[in-house]
Design a binder for this molecule. Structure first.
Ligand SMILES: CC(C)(COP(=O)(O)OP(=O)(O)OC[C@H]1O[C@@H](n2cnc3c(N)ncnc32)[C@H](O)[C@@H]1OP(=O)(O)O)[C@@H](O)C(=O)NCCC(=O)NCCS
Length: 178
């Protein structure tokens, strides 16, 4: 398995991957919603505000992950992981975990201080995320499931409170994703 940054030439295959994986796990409507999100993220986010990584097996895409910037009023480099998917028949083989760990390592090298995500704490705790109260750091949108607001520090510092509400990139800024 090879891990790398995604290329422009991967875009169509990545969109299909998210549509197929989420349709299979959560139904066609969710598949289309997430495929449109990913398309929007890839095409309408400034390069400095997005990282995308893929896993390939003999050149064929098996998984993909995106991180986009969270904008705080203070000078802090923060990104949010969303979304990630692994082709259904390749799930449960450790690819998802490797993609997350690889992405986080790349962010660390770029000087990112905090990484957030919104999802299943049991799954993401395996990659170092912990639940964080919105009394400490707010999410950019109203959360349906506040226990799913997760964070980790990438520079060894303790997670300290940050005032105000961060802004996410435009593609993510829709209530249906939260
Ligand atoms: C979630 C997903 C990316 C994980 O990728 P994967 O390659 O299947 O995961 P891994 O094989 O690396 O699993 C890592 C660990 O997490 C566990 N795990 C996997 N999916 C999980 C889930 N949805 N909930 C809780 N735990 C999960 C595995 O059991 C494994 O634990 P173990 O190491 O203790 O056995 C993949 O299953 C997927 O694409 N699912 C559908 C889309 C989705 O839900 N994406 C996440 C939200 S954006």
């Amino acid at each position: 398995m090879e891990l790398s940054s995604y290329l422009k030439s991967d875009k169509a295959e990545i969109k299909h991957l998210f549509e197929n994986v989420f349709s299979e796990s959560e139904g066609l409507e969710e598949g289309i919603l997430i495929a449109n999100l990913v398309n929007d993220l890839m095409n309408n986010t400034s390069d400095r505000d997005i990282f995308g990584f893929v896993s390939k097996d003999k050149g064929k895409l098996t998984g993909a992950i995106f991180f986009t910037r969270l904008f705080f009023d203070t000078q802090i480099e923060a990104f949010i992981l969303a979304p990630v998917a692994v082709i259904t028949k390749f799930q449960g083989k450790g690819i998802g975990q490797k993609l997350i760990d690889y992405g986080i390592e790349q962010l660390k090298r770029k000087g990112v201080q905090l990484v957030f995500t919104y999802g299943d704490p049991n799954f993401y705790s395996k990659s170092g995320f912990q639940s964080i109260s919105e009394n400490i750091i707010k999410a950019p949108c109203d959360l349906t499931y506040p226990q799913g607001w997760l964070c980790q520090s990438l520079n060894g510092s303790r997670i300290a409170p940050i005032l105000g509400t961060p802004r996410c990139v435009k593609a993510l800024d829709k209530p249906e994703y939260w």
